[in-house]
Design a protein around this ligand. Sequence first.
Ligand code: 13P
Ligand code: SF4
Length: 304
Amino acid sequence: MGATTLEEEIRTLGRERDAVILAHNYQRPEVQEVADFVGDSLYLSRKAIDAPQSVIVFAGVRFMAETAKILNPTKTVLLPDPKAGCGLADSITAEQLRTWKAEHPGAVVVAYINTSAEVKAESDYCCTSSNAIDIVRKIPEDKEILFLPDIFLGEYVRSRTGRNMHLWMGDCPVHAKLRPEHLEQARAAHPGAPILAHPECGCSTQAMGHVDRILSTDGMVRFAEETRAPEVIVATEVGILHRMRKLNPGTKFTPLSEGAICPFMKEIDLVDVRDSLALNRFQIDVPTETATKARRALERMVAA
Ligand code: 13P
Ligand code: SF4
């Protein structure tokens, strides 16, 4: 009998442990390949609810695993490497948010999913890059809005909705480096190639004219599946290229920057996934009071 591969071991353990493996679009290709579902943060939040399994292995980053736990308190949620954080989520604390709220009494707080559970507990709505505009449009027009923590996503939503929004000055260390000048260079070097940009990019609002579509990571994947363009420029984390190239081998997918690599998203490898299933680690727990408060904002996010 041949040797069991790591992938086979993971699949066997997954069945034995009654586990579903969810992987974000930025995960390493081999981790995406072993996952039951791959997608953006909204899709994976919904999958975490729908999955009948009692264990969720979240191959992503901590705020995604925390979200899954808050929405599914009776399920075991495992984050295979506890170092998988998020620089953007770290840009605001619950204490900072309480101070900001006190400066704007009556304002409605919209928190991007890229935040800690404590920050979500202080928020009225959560959103992801795929439904931020819809969520903001649900808020009565006369309300002031505090949007956090990503300033680029916030500027994009404000420009599309025209709403009275105050923006937190946070950014993603990976996307903020993708600047308008990179887009201008790409336009000149690849004439005719559509440019897709994630709304967290430092170029998304200031260089809107250069971008053909501003999309969440799943929005980009859907575009990749359907396009007949010979080449597409992709302004986001490079991990997404694996799925795009697999779904559409006839199109050349070129990253805006080869250096757009999120170190947090690369923490998890196949050994970590195997060990998380074998050793039931690393379990995500959110204190009940925090989870109860955060759940309301998250339920509004998954319903939108
Ligand atoms: P998506 O929801 O578009 O996948 O974005 C998540 C994220 O962390 C982007 O940096
Ligand atoms: Fe966070 Fe940026 Fe990494 Fe997304 S790409 S997980 S926002 S640090």
